[in-house]
Design a protein around this ligand. Sequence first.
Ligand code: PEP
Ligand code: MN
Length: 264
Amino acid sequence: LTSRQTRREDTVVKLGDVVLGSHHAPVLVAGPCSIESHEQVEAAAAFVASRGVKLFRGGAFKPRTDPYSFQGLGEQGLRLGREACDRHGLLFISEIMDACDLPLFLEYADVLQIGARNMQNFTLLRAVGRANKPVLLKRGLSATIEEWLMAAEYLLSEGNTNVILCERGIRTFERYTRNTLDVSAVALAKQETHLPVLVDVTHSGGRRDLLVPLTKAGLAVGADGIMVEVHPNPAVALSDNKQQMDFDAFDRYLEETGYHKKLS
Ligand code: PEP
Ligand code: MN
């Protein structure tokens, strides 16, 4: 069902007045790694909205490697994210980790993100596949392109056609970067499937100094948009404090990637 052989025309996912896929202008998803407090999410949402961003990200249920690190605010985080998005006219994207949380996500989120670590959580895929909400499906840390597309197949086969793929870097032997952005996977996903494809440049490189070049690379190989993390004060962020941008860095990023023109 994901294949271009089954469906020739591009799937276009409509999120409010944002259109994703086909030959529409590339979108930008921005927001903090985690929703941490009312003040933090309000500052981030107000700022990115002022720059023309329409799609806001923020995790409330966080899939952390270390069980003793910040795990997210849970339902309260979803509520804070929802309220901030409503105040600033943003659509809200947040990661769901467990099928049992689906009712909460249906209430609070506009797009359900399935994270890299849950790409093959088949129970979750089936549950989200039956939900009437767009899904952003990240590629697993060590998933082949075929496994990634098969995960998307789970969603489509349950009836959910509003599926957005997201390449976020894969695990390789390289250690200068946190993950290796697989640009071939982006180009191939565009070629082999009719689904929109995003590139998460924050988790791909895990380095602020690569956000601009990886964005250019992603768009050059046909990505329909980019995801980045922005935080009012990354140094004190409760997750991913090494790679989130502060507000000044985000302004430079918009300028250097040309997104300032695309968003206005
Ligand atoms: C995220 O986007 O918050 C995240 C945890 O990303 P990934 O699943 O790609 O690691
Ligand atoms: Mn993060």
